[in-house]
Design a protein around this ligand. Structure first.
Ligand code: NAG
Ligand code: NAG
Ligand code: NAG
Length: 314
């Protein structure tokens, strides 16, 4: 098949580099950290889409209800991610920065359907990271333009995948920006090991335990559904009175403030909240002692006990 030979060929092809003179300006420390996180996430997405392409045949996709050509499009998405990797690598290298290498990953998909559901969740993190990272480029218009053009393509990928799993391609009028710390932490569930982790804090884990078959990959959740979470209080960075009320803050769409729900504790390190009706698309949950009023940036800086965890709502 044509595409099989195209994928490896994409390595080393740098179509954007010739036309966008990204390499002429020195990078600020902030530019560098945004680019490194982008590269870290592009490696993750490339590995995921490549496994989705390689691990299932066209026949397996069609038997699972996907239209003819879906698998080829997964391959095209993988090749786009490789092209993004090549561009980011070139920008870093030409500024004297050694690009971070790829990690070892584990992806909790077992069939074409769970692959596509996972692809939506991972793409949503990538999209959120580009939106949230854009402010780090504010002194570099060329990088901002390049990041915007990558972001648009990532959103097309996600809309396509969402359509083919029967979800709305555009569930919300606004996407959710992720702070670099939250984007990096969401990626950690797929990392087995990394030769060079990024200098970003790894927060205590918040696991969505229900609904969640298989691990970390739950089907869309309706309003009112009980979300069950697990965390390890001994891992908190601050000491918290075991009797203090805890809250789950749900981050979803930039124009809305995070929604805080009090946790009904079901044990030490476990509890539930109902999913509010006005959340759509994909939401990000963090455990906090604050009952409300914090922005995502404030939750990132000091409000998070554990998390974030990703919840696919619609
Ligand atoms: C995809 O296939 C590769 C090679 O056989 C295997 O190592 C990997 O675990 C598979 N990925 C998934 C998610 O099944
Ligand atoms: C959360 O999930 C991870 C990965 O499966 C596991 O290693 C960890 O023990 C879990 N933590 C809690 C508190 O359930
Ligand atoms: C969404 O619902 C929650 C809880 O039901 C409520 O507190 C919040 O104000 C609502 N937010 C918006 C933007 O409607």
């Amino acid at each position: 098949m044509k595409l099989l030979s195209f994928l490896p060929l994409a390595i080393g092809v740098l179509p954007l580099v010739a036309s966008v003179p990204l390499t002429k300006r020195a990078l600020s420390a902030s530019d560098q950290s945004v680019l490194e996180l982008a590269l870290y996430l592009e490696h993750l997405e490339h590995a995921m889409y490549s496994s989705g392409f390689q691990n299932f045949t066209e026949q397996q996709y069609e038997s699972a209800g996907f239209p003819p050509g879906f698998r080829d499009n997964v391959g095209v998405i993988a090749s786009h991610e490789q092209t993004h990797i090549d561009l980011l690598t070139t920008v870093l290298t030409s500024n004297g920065i050694t690009p971070i290498p790829t990690c070892q990953y584990k992806f909790p998909f077992t069939d074409p359907k769970s692959f596509a559901a996972l692809a939506n969740m991972v793409s949503t993190v990538g999209i959120g990271a580009y939106i949230g990272g854009a402010t780090g480029f504010s002194d570099n218009e060329q990088l901002l333009t390049a990041a915007g053009s990558i972001l648009a393509v990532e959103a097309r990928h996600d809309a396509y995948v969402r359509t083919e799993i029967g979800a709305s391609p555009f569930p919300t009028a606004f996407d959710t920006a992720l702070t670099p710390v939250f984007a990096y932490n969401l990626a950690q569930m797929f990392i087995v090991s990394c030769p060079q982790p990024l200098p970003i804090i790894v927060l205590p884990k918040l696991n969505l335990t229900s609904p969640m078959p298989p691990q970390n990959l739950q089907p869309p959740v309706a309003a009112g559904t009980t979300l069950s979470f697990a965390w390890d209080p001994s891992k908190f960075f601050v000491s918290v009175d075991p009797n203090a009320p805890l809250y789950i803050a749900l981050i979803n769409q930039d124009v809305q403030a995070p929604i805080f729900q009090e946790v009904t504790k079901t044990g030490s390190g476990t509890g539930t909240v109902p999913l509010p009706a006005n959340i759509t698309g994909v939401a990000f949950a963090v455990l906090t002692t604050f009952s409300g009023g914090l922005t995502e940036a404030q939750l990132t800086q000091y409000g998070t006990l554990a998390g974030p965890a990703e919840v696919a709502v619609s």
